[in-house]
Write a protein that binds this ligand. Structure first.
Ligand SMILES: Cc1cc2nc3c(=O)[nH]c(=O)nc-3n(C[C@H](O)[C@H](O)[C@H](O)COP(=O)(O)O)c2cc1C
Length: 363
């Protein structure tokens, strides 16, 4: 299935503007998700189930560890189709309290030589009100994570205004989520990533604590953060209601990557996804897992294209995984391939369930 996508479909997609292809996939994905027949055909082609992949995490049942990362289904349109193509869960968003049209176009570029996407969407989304309306009263065949950030505008640059905006978004979306991710690491928003600063984060999490929800809350980290800053963030989280980390977001600092500067000559601003994130994300997963002795759940994200990529993150401490760029480069068949491959790797190492392999590199 992956070969058909790579040989026939990807070459066509890659001739078209990336944002247009993204919108086309959202349109057809939503359409296909409306009918039992199409959902069942896709389920027959792509779905893979194995008890070794099942986990219950903070009361949420995951049939497999592979989730669609935030940013692909920003406005919650694909919840009906993604379980059929094999995803174990998805994270919608990033959603912000107020709607946002995002940064000026073009804002998406492919770098096929590096299996990367350069992203400068700037938190484009319909806003909490519209998306809450879309989700109200609905149930899905897999867990739904909701990724929240502060609205990308001048008005939220002030710290107190930023906190209020986060809290508004959080309160509006929380009833519809199985878990919430607080995104403090968007590389393309107005005013940078002020809540990666531990003091500001402390203020934000203090307000989030007051909402008193029983659902798990994750924090999405930037792979660009110096380790000392990560440690400060962990220390803040220890004092608040945070259950885990999504590691990681896009790489903003291009100079620390192996991609030569000249390769960016025709590419605009934005964070990098895919292969280039892989090592940064892995190192951060290892650091957080060891530092916190496994007491936080880690969602490993960044550069997963194969079962081996996924398994490496599991062994370093990730209980769940997410991807986008792997889907764009390898097609929907990649989910089944990764899940099947993880089962083979678990069996080879003598594990009866994925949870036994989490952090096994350090046990
Ligand atoms: C097109 C695109 C849009 C994205 N938008 C968001 C977003 O809105 N919020 C977010 O937290 N991460 C966003 N990301 C980052 C991904 O969630 C993920 O952290 C990153 O791409 C690394 O995973 P990957 O290598 O599997 O793509 C986006 C990534 C891509 C490729």
């Amino acid at each position: 299935m992956i070969k058909i996508y790579q040989k026939l479909i990807r070459p066509v997609f890659f001739k078209i503007d990336p944002e247009r292809v993204h919108n086309m996939i959202l349109f057809y994905g939503k359409l296909l998700g409306k009918f039992y027949l199409t959902k069942n055909i896709l389920r027959f082609m792509f779905n893979y189930q194995n008890d070794k992949l099942k986990q219950k995490i903070h009361g949420i049942e995951f049939s497999n560890p592979i989730g669609l990362a935030a940013g692909f289904d920003k406005d919650a349109q694909l919840m009906n189709i993604l379980p059929s193509i094999g995803f174990g869960y998805e994270e919608i968003g990033t959603i912000t309290a107020k709607s946002c049209t995002g940064n000026p176009k073009p804002r998406l570029w492919r770098m096929p030589k590096y299996k990367s996407i350069v992203v400068n969407y700037g938190l484009k989304n319909l806003g909490c009100k519209a998306i809450a309306k879309r989700l109200k009263g609905r149930q899905f065949d897999f867990p739904l994570g909701i990724n929240i950030a502060k609205t990308n505008s001048k008005e939220t640059v002030d710290r107190e205004a930023g906190i209020k905006d986060y809290v508004d978004g959080f309160s509006m979306m929380e009833p519809f989520a199985d878990y919430i991710t607080i995104n403090i690491s968007c590389p393309n928003a107005y005013g940078g990533q002020p809540f990666s600063d531990s003091e500001s984060l402390n203020g934000l999490l203090h307000k989030i604590d007051e909402i008193k929800i029983s659902k798990p809350i994750f924090l999405k980290l930037s792979p660009d953060l110096p380790i000392e800053e990560v440690d400060k963030i962990i220390a803040v989280c220890d004092r608040h209601n945070i259950q885990g980390f999504v590691i990681s977001n896009l790489v903003k600092n291009r100079s620390k990557t192996y991609i030569p500067a000249k390769e960016f000559s025709k590419i605009g601003e934005g964070g990098l996804s895919g292969k280039v994130v892989y090592d940064f994300s892995n190192e951060l997963i290892s650091h957080v897992y060891k530092k916190t002795k496994g007491r936080y759940i880690i969602i490993g994200c960044g550069g997963i294209f194969t079962a081996e990529d996924a398994y490496e993150k599991i062994k370093r401490g990730a209980s769940l995984l997410q991807l986008i760029t792997g889907l764009i480069y390898e097609g929907p068949g990649v989910i089944k391939e990764i899940n099947k491959g993880i089962v083979e790797l678990l069996e080879k190492d003598g594990f009866t369930n994925i949870s036994e392999a989490v952090g096994s590199e350090y046990s």
